[in-house]
Design a protein around this ligand. Sequence first.
Ligand SMILES: [Zn+2]
Length: 550
Amino acid sequence: MSWSRWLLALALSTLGCVKRVDEYSSTRTVVFVAKTIRTLDPRHPIAQALAMRGGTLLAVGTRDEVLAQAGSDAVVETFPSSTIVPGLVDAHGHLLHLGQALLTPALQGAVTEAEAVALVKASAQRGDWLVGRGWDQNRWPGHAFPTRASLDLSFPSTPVVLTRVDGHAVWLNGEALRRAGITRATRDPEGGRIVRDAGGEPTGVLVDHAIDLVHVPAPTTEARAQALKLALETCARLGLTQVHDAGMDLETLRVLQQWDMLGALPTRVYVMVDGQDAAHADEFLGLGRSKGRRLEVRAVKLVLDGALGSRGALLGQPSADEPSTRGWSLLSPEVFDARARAFADAGFQVAVHAIGDEAARLALDTLVALARAHPDSRPRLEHAQVLAPADLTRLAEGAVIASMQPPHATSDLAWAQERLGPERVQWAYAWHSVLQAGGHLALGSDFPIESPNPLWGLYAARTRTDQKGQPEGGWFPSQPLTGQEALEGFTTGAAFASFAEQQRGQLIAGREADFVILSVDPVDDPPRALLEASVRLTVVDGIDVYRAPR
Ligand SMILES: [Zn+2]
């Protein structure tokens, strides 16, 4: 059987629970009546009912208006205590990694190194290599990186590779180090670090480009498909009608393209191809842009620096808590600039991961010029986590989109000030400042680094507190968004960031029927209610891709 036929068979066998488009392309009109509909259309912000047919919204308005337009044979569904909002979009996530994270031990909850080891031990994972994800030494006593020693006690002969919560560091046992050929004689690669003890011996943690020294066997196509299916279903269940996948590899793209042709994608996917590696970048440039039913390839993601939690974020000035470090760049400015231009010239939107203020400055040098050379090309700064005031102005005036993730602030607030110092931290995670400067904001989660649940993202955006409500009043109280602004970030803002603002993001007659029915009003209900809220129905293209059990 050819690879593509095999994949087709696999898709049909594994996607049984995902309904196919063809079954639903009926001409039947369906009306939804709710307590409130937040249309995000500034001319008619509130409605009570909407009608759809064949994937398009027919009418949005009062119950009587909509019923009159829908005709007497329309099916009517009533959700008297619920709120309908446009489909929620995560503007920055990683589908394959989410699926893999859901299938392997999640270490986010570990509050000590020993607990993280115990979680790996307790997992039922089988295979040549044991993998896991989500540890964060900043949550442990002392904040020190873990070492191979604790893993070697439990795993003397099976290689173990555990990815840090931000994806920018890995923790290995002795066997994994041995298979990677890493010894005290191995030099730190450019843009990376092998963490060592005082005697120069590798301790088991590799940061940024040093991670490339380890070659965990790539997932089989079947394992990849299993992970993607789980991730897509999870997104639909959480009310996400689209995900912007921030850096997709070709194998993953092929799987999703097959499913899209079959009408089997529950959630729309806007693809930023992974342009980091020169050979892969050329391959993607050769393939060019493409648009299917629910899958669009239109952007490229380039990564300029590491992350703050693993000390790889490129800062203009040294870290406040470890003055010998200020991070590193993962692409030289020349290579970055040339590659960004090549993709922009080929009609791609350029999205750049920049976490440190120096990385943002370098990214904006190129992106502002690209925006000028290619009108309406909407370049994006992904994360934009630490942004000097002058660069904030450049971003807004230069028509560069800020693609930001509110949960990062609530995860990092315990230690970010220590690392950045009292001045820089005021420009960090500054969503509200972006809006005040007149910038475009698209919101997301960066899953699986954070939970993909957009309701938790709305909570983080509105409160800037952790889920226990700390710190009281919110971290840097000038930065929380209003309920309306936060909802816009996950709907109209994300639609603009994928050139889809004429099709989606607002509930207006004639637009595509993507919406979510929630047990909570994300604008008017107190933010705490978002943590307990649930999704009743997720509709993509007029099809219910998720319905909560009654
Ligand atoms: Zn990311």
